[in-house]
Write a protein that binds this ligand. Structure first.
Ligand SMILES: CC(C)(COP(=O)(O)OP(=O)(O)OC[C@H]1O[C@@H](n2cnc3c(N)ncnc32)[C@H](O)[C@@H]1OP(=O)(O)O)[C@@H](O)C(=O)NCCC(=O)NCCS
Length: 338
């Protein structure tokens, strides 16, 4: 185990892509200490995250090192488009042996000042919110965020189903509405799918329209994305995208393969007609055939569908909770030019 952080020993520096394997190892230790309910990213996943649009390694990340070992890091990620409120995403990880008040506070303070600076460089005059998520095993970080003035804004329930055990609901072909077909994701559908996603999420809290670059990088071009277990419901007549459910496999293939149900939507005019139920059931049946053990979803507790018990009726059971912490900033009036 590395020595606890002291004022003299650690080196603070921005992250580099070459740090990815060591950061993945750090995250595995952190997640084990935090209860093991979050996915542990692989080195490739971390590398991908560090290359994401909105990440600036030199100007928007920091990390703490004891010799060759990272003991903590933080990242700030700006949006490619601000929207009416620029929601800037933060990430913080600290090795369990180094979770001292001064280190956590310094990282939280660094996020605040770096986030504010990056925001003002890009979107001066637009309101800013800093956003960061914790799961229920990360009370140490949630409390530090409370102390720094963050609001606990939204919560998400993580649910999962053991596909090996679940037979009753996953037997036979799921019913598909007349005049539609279900197809796996195909690159030819990428651009129309992005357009459908942006229309469906236009009024969803925390969502901003995605550019093709962000979409490709974080969704359909992500190494975790599983096109063969991601399905679209199309109209037979025009092949319009009516509903979709996109899946990932965080951390790569493991003995207990986990399919994460990452992103779903139904065209607003077609809500409440069973389209999502059809795509969801189809996805679980195919996931089971493909050898996945778990299907996992994190659902917003304010979503009426989630509170209505749909996921429980489909056999999923709660196993974690997530909280989104938000620190709002009031825009400062621009200084008049001299
Ligand atoms: C969430 C969403 C995908 C559901 O799609 P949908 O096609 O309208 O859902 P369905 O008609 O198939 O309904 C699925 C289940 O939820 C229930 N449901 C749907 N809307 C509901 C509502 N407003 N209140 C309560 N229950 C609801 C249905 O009764 C059904 O349950 P059942 O099969 O046990 O009866 C859709 O509302 C949507 O696109 N929302 C915006 C994007 C979003 O929030 N995506 C999810 C996060 S990634």
């Amino acid at each position: 185990m590395t020595e606890p952080l002291t004022a003299a020993a650690p080196l603070w520096r921005p992250l580099a892509l070459a740090d990815a394997p060591r950061l993945a190892a750090l995250l595995a230790v952190c997640e084990a200490a935090d209860g093991g309910v979050g996915a542990v990213p692989s080195a490739a996943d971390v590398r991908e995250d560090l290359s994401a649009p909105g990440i600036d390694l030199d100007a928007g990340t920091t990390s703490v090192w004891c010799g060759d070992e990272p003991t903590a890091y933080a990242t700030t990620r700006v949006r490619e488009r601000s929207g009416p409120v620029h929601q800037l995403a933060l990430d913080i990880a600290v090795h369990p042996a180094h979770r001292t008040g001064p280190v956590i506070r310094r990282l939280v303070d660094w996020c605040r000042s770096t986030g504010a600076r990056r925001h003002h460089e890009l979107y001066d005059g637009v309101p800013l919110e800093l956003h960061i998520r914790t799961h229920h095993g990360r009370g140490w970080l949630a409390e530090a965020l409370d102390g720094a003035g963050y609001r606990r804004e939204r919560s998400y329930r993580g649910l999962r189903v053991d596909l090996h055990r679940e037979n009753q609901r996953l037997a036979g072909a799921p019913a598909i509405p007349d005049g539609t077909e279900i197809v796996p994701f195909d690159d030819a559908l990428d651009a129309p799918l992005l357009a459908a996603r942006n229309a469906i999420f236009a009024h969803n809290w925390g969502s901003a329209p995605m550019t093709a670059r962000t979409w490709r990088h974080t969704i359909t071009g992500d190494p975790c994305f599983r096109p063969g277990t991601s399905f679209l419901l199309l109209s037979r007549r025009n092949r319009d995208i009516l509903c979709y459910l996109l899946s990932t496999e965080p951390g790569g293939v493991s003995a207990d393969r986990e399919l994460y149900l990452a992103n779903a939507g139904t065209q607003p005019a077609l809500h409440g007609r069973g389209l999502y139920r059809a795509v969801f059931t189809h996805t679980l049946v195919r996931a089971k055939e493909q050898g996945y053990r778990w299907a996992v979803a994190d659902v917003d507790t304010t979503n009426p569908m989630a509170t209505g018990g749909f996921y429980e009726r489909m056999g999923l059971r709660p196993f974690r909770t997530w909280t989104t912490h938000v620190l709002p900033f009031t825009p400062q009036p621009r200084r008049p030019s001299p």
